[in-house]
Design a protein around this ligand. Structure first.
Ligand SMILES: [Zn+2]
Length: 167
């Protein structure tokens, strides 16, 4: 376990044990939580459960983000199909990941098909959707604007909705 992950665990433990005073301190600490790059670097197109859930975009991406230290992703999400032990199951729904992106985002860039952020503006988490209908198929992955490369199960720039988030 690396330094970043240990920090995440310590924050989670403090949250479970204490009340308001620590909660205020947590909010300040969240500002130094791992970068998106930490997750991007850990993405390995797999999950610790070593099992395919069929549609794995959110499954494998959330696994990388959790291993980077984003332990908030360990509760409150749909995890059907992830075979990790209870307490370690990974989120598997793209739309739920997108909602989590929105909750953290300091930068949000949205466009239609083939939209992407300017080169050299860092690494983003991405939500792509097949059509503009809210019920349409969604997909999540990483986009590295510095190198013009994606990491994820798929990269779908021709889909109608392209949303890029970072913090
Ligand atoms: Zn899994």
């Amino acid at each position: 376990m690396d330094l970043i992950s240990r920090r995440g665990l310590l924050v989670a433990s403090a949250s479970a044990l204490a009340g308001v005073a620590v909660t205020k301190r947590l909010n300040a600490q969240q500002l130094v939580w791992p970068s998106i790059t930490e997750g991007f670097n850990r993405y390995n197109n797999n999950c610790i459960c070593n099992t395919s859930a069929g549609q794995n975009c959110a499954h494998f991406m959330s696994d990388a983000l959790i291993r980077a230290g984003y332990l908030q992703l360990l509760s409150g999400f749909t995890t059907w199909g992830c075979a990790a032990a209870w307490g370690s199951k990974r989120p598997v729904q793209a739309k739920e990941m997108c909602a989590w992106f929105k909750g953290r985002a300091l930068v949000t860039l949205k466009g239609g098909a083939y939209f992407r952020p300017a080169p050299g503006t860092g690494i983003y988490v991405v939500y792509q959707q097949y059509t503009t209908s809210p019920t349409s198929q969604g997909h999540v992955c990483f986009w590295d604007s510095n190198n013009g490369t994606a990491r994820g199960t798929l990269w779908l720039p021709w889909w109608a909705v392209q949303e890029f988030y970072k913090w």
